[in-house]
Design a protein around this ligand. Structure first.
Ligand code: IPM
Ligand code: MN
Length: 353
């Protein structure tokens, strides 16, 4: 029997509501699969920042390091300047806990509307492995002559071979474990970014050829990738990509899988503490109304169990989400149009685990 200590960060807006349903479904899976989950709740977010000026203090980071995983609701508050909470909480946790993978399944469930014409669940089922702490997000660069007509600024796309390799390693292993098309597509822009792109291309080639000969190595330029994601999403199995490109294509992925109501993400340190979240944000205008869709949080909970090594329980949550949507009882993924409330969606999924 697995036993896991989970830090709960409900956060802002509708975060607490969706996280509550995520926990409900986690508990259903835990009891079915005989897993013990201990929760410890933290109040980081906009309200606490307004009260104390604190985002994610170092002492809290130390506590988070003693947990096995973090389950996050949403960060973002209408009264707090954009950037403060994102950088102070989300990015700080990613960097401090070295969550160097951002895992984003792009899966279209039954009865979910996609904006892609003539595409259904059989066509949209791939996973993006986004490098999550390097590249432009490293923050190297500077600004000079700010405020003058000659103002200059740089933000460097910094990658080292070890940082590229550890991301590729995760992606190859993930592709192997997933065992679908056994194809790993590197997405970059090596026709223009001839230094950093070339580093990724060679690392992908070398690791694949020497260590994963059974996985097909594939490459797309990022601009072309956005076209193919829309035109032939069924082409993809697993995509591995650099931080900034991944940030952009995973939002496109969220839209083709039915929107923010269903898009879940994991910030993963395969050797450490990972953090799972619905990627949709805090949706302040829906707060407290029992209308927000909790499915993304529920899916994030499933990913968390899988990453903790509870594969059967994680798969059971994914299947329960699938079955809940296949039942047709949830009429839309949009807030307020689900045909039932937030907590009723949680009840339905929990009953199907
Ligand atoms: C994401 C978000 C973050 C990012 C922001 C909020 C810092 O857009 O998780 O994709 O850019 O990585
Ligand atoms: Mn993003």
């Amino acid at each position: 029997m697995g036993s896991h200590k989970i830090a709960l960060l409900p956060g802002d807006g509708t975060g607490p509501e969706v996280l509550r349903e995520g926990v409900k479904v986690l508990d259903a899976a835990a009891s079915k699969f005989n897993i013990k989950l201990d929760y410890q709740e933290y109040d980081f977010g906009g309200e606490r920042y307004k009260r104390t000026g604190e985002t994610l203090p170092d002492s809290a980071l130390e506590e988070l390091k003693s947990c096995h995983a973090i389950f996050l609701g949403a960060i973002g508050h209408p009264d707090v300047k954009p950037g403060i909470l994102e950088v102070g909480i989300l990015l700080k946790a990613r960097f401090a806990l070295d969550q160097y993978i951002n895992l984003r399944p792009v899966k279209l469930y039954p009865n979910v509307d996609t904006p892609l014409k003539d595409k259904g669940p059989a066509h949209v089922d791939f996973v993006v492995v986004r490098e999550n702490t390097g590249g432009i997000y490293t923050g190297m660069g500077g600004a000079a002559m700010v405020g003058t007509p000659h103002e200059a600024a740089t933000q460097v796309m910094l990658y080292t071979r070890p940082v590229v390799d550890r991301c590729l390693r995760y992606a190859y292993e993930y592709t192997k474990k997933r065992n679908r098309k056994n194809m790993l597509t590197l997405v970059h822009k090596c026709n223009v970014l001839t230094n950093v792109g070339d580093l990724w291309v060679r690392a992908h080639e070398e690791m694949g050829a020497t260590e994963y000969p059974d996985i097909k190595r594939d490459y797309n330029h990022v601009d072309a990738c956005t076209m193919w994601m829309v035109k032939t999403p069924e082409y993809y199995d697993v995509i591995v990509t650099a931080n900034m490109f991944g940030d952009i294509i995973t939002d496109l992925g969220a839209m083709i899988q039915g929107g923010m109501g269903i898009a879940a993400g994991g910030n993963i340190n395969p050797e450490g503490v990972s953090m799972f979240e619905p990627i949709g944000g805090s949706a302040p205008k829906y707060t407290g109304k029992n209308v927000i869709n909790p499915l993304a949080a529920i899916c994030a909970g499933g990913m968390m169990l899988e990453t903790l090594g509870e594969d059967a329980a994680g798969a059971a949550i994914d299947k329960a989400v699938h079955d809940a949507l296949a039942s047709g009882k949830i009429t839309s993924l949009s807030a307020g149009r689900m045909g039932m409330g937030t907590s009723e969606v949680g009840d339905l999924v929990a009953s199907l685990v």
